[in-house]
Design a protein around this ligand. Structure first.
Ligand code: ZN
Length: 418
């Protein structure tokens, strides 16, 4: 529907056709005429790496939160695998306090499940939660011990914190560079078999059922995980999951040119996996889209495959890339918006964004038809590591409103970051 949305003091006060007609023209009222554009609730990214503290040459809160705003995200949840690891109240508090002083999107830290991400002793989750952590995860590492994972789920459940698992049985992925399949054989690279993900998801679902915990699977990549999640949800277990843009769009064939930009963890998989995660996202078996934004400098990427760090940037690519799936009819617009707003809000326990009178003004404005080529040189992120550079896309974020404040606006509206 075509409508006016009027925002005052951080709150949406009027919505509807000509809702602003009665508002007097004044220097104090900013009018954004975006006829033909889509205004959606503010997007939420459950899974980003902002590299602060410790690796600010790759990214930091300032560049990362601007990149988030430019990507249409009002809220991002940052993984704890920083240096030091966010496994204490002090690190979480530092992140929250610093992010509040910056102008971009809101930051929600995720605390570690285990001290130092070592998979052994549990962190003080109550402290982490009190300091502002919205979930716990050892992302980058899997909690492989069943005993530790069981205790983590039970402990987190007492604070109602979701436990986000990076599902990888490390014993099955030693030295792995990419998906274990026809392409890895051809390239002579050690493979990461999809079953290494499946066995952890299957085990964790059983543990979560016993612990009555909130369990969330990060970056689902395999058709086996999808099948297990579908069965678990049918049985009423409180499990949720996310998928990344790159696992929805690329296969292991992208590695044929030995492009280290396509090295990610979990790896890009086969056609049948991409088909399965697309179907699961469409039918809600996979609840959320999350970018796993993982900036690296050229130091970590311009090297041999074995030395290259896994990961690619995602914050400023997600909307234009995935609108491609919406335009071609693979993903409905409703599910696309839900997977980036209501679904991740529920996982992280955030306010569910909505465009309604009385709601907090968290909004993302999108031009669905802008056609251009992705150019990482224009990104606010410090990371340039993406295999999507130069890709022709259709759809652009025009503005991101956080709490009634223009956190980002496209130059066509007069903007840049504010
Ligand atoms: Zn991960």
């Amino acid at each position: 529907m075509e409508a006016d949305v009027f925002v005052e003091g951080g709150i949406i006060t009027r919505v509807g056709r000509d809702a602003s007609a009665s508002i007097p023209v004044s220097e104090r009222v900013r009018v954004v005429d975006a006829a033909g554009a889509w205004l959606v609730p503010g997007l939420i990214d459950l899974h980003v790496h902002l590299r602060e503290p410790g690796e600010e040459y790759k990214e930091g809160l300032e560049s990362g939160l601007l990149a988030a705003a430019a990507g249409g995200f009002t809220d991002v949840c940052a993984m704890p695998n920083t240096r030091p690891v966010n496994d204490t109240r002090a690190v979480t508090e530092m992140l929250v306090a610093k992010a509040k002083r910056l102008g971009g999107s809101r930051l929600h830290p995720i605390g570690a499940i285990t001290v130092g991400l070592r998979g052994e002793s549990l962190t003080e989750m109550a402290d982490l939660r009190d300091a502002g952590a919205v979930a716990v995860s050892d992302d980058g590492r899997c909690v492989t011990s069943s005993a530790v994972m069981r205790r983590a789920l039970e402990y987190a459940a007492t604070f109602d914190l979701p436990v986000i698992q990076h599902a990888e049985d490390h014993a099955l992925t030693q030295g792995a560079q990419m998906h274990d399949g026809a392409v890895s054989t051809k390239l002579g690279l050690r493979g990461w078999p999809r079953v290494a993900e499946d066995v952890i998801v299957a085990r964790d679902v059983l543990l979560a059922e016993v612990a009555r915990a909130r369990y969330h699977v990060a970056h689902v990549s395999s058709f086996g995980s999808v099948r297990i999640l579908r069965e678990a949800k049918a049985r009423g277990i409180t499990v949720t999951a996310e998928v990344t843009p790159h696992h929805l769009l690329l296969t292991h064939a992208a590695l044929l040119g030995y492009d280290t930009g396509c090295k990610v963890n979990p790896p890009l998989r086969a056609d049948e996996d991409v088909a399965a995660v697309r179907e699961a996202l469409a039918d809600g078996t996979i609840d959320c889209i999350a970018t796993d934004h993982a900036p690296h400098s050229s130091l970590e990427k311009d090297c041999e495959m074995a030395e290259a760090a896994p990961g690619m940037i995602g914050l400023e690519l997600c909307v234009p890339l995935l609108l491609g799936l919406v335009h071609e009819g693979t993903l409905s617009l409703a599910r696309f918006v839900d997977a980036l707003t209501r679904a991740p809000a529920r996982v992280a326990g955030l306010t569910v964004p909505t465009i309604r009178e009385g709601a907090r003004a968290d909004l993302t404005l999108i031009d669905p038809d802008a056609r251009y080529a992705l150019d990482p040189a224009r990104f606010f992120s410090k990371g340039r590591n993406t295999p999507f550079a130069g890709r022709a896309v259709r759809g652009r974020v025009l503005a991101t409103v956080v709490d009634g404040r223009m956190a980002y606006e496209d130059t066509s509206l007069g903007g840049g970051p504010r």
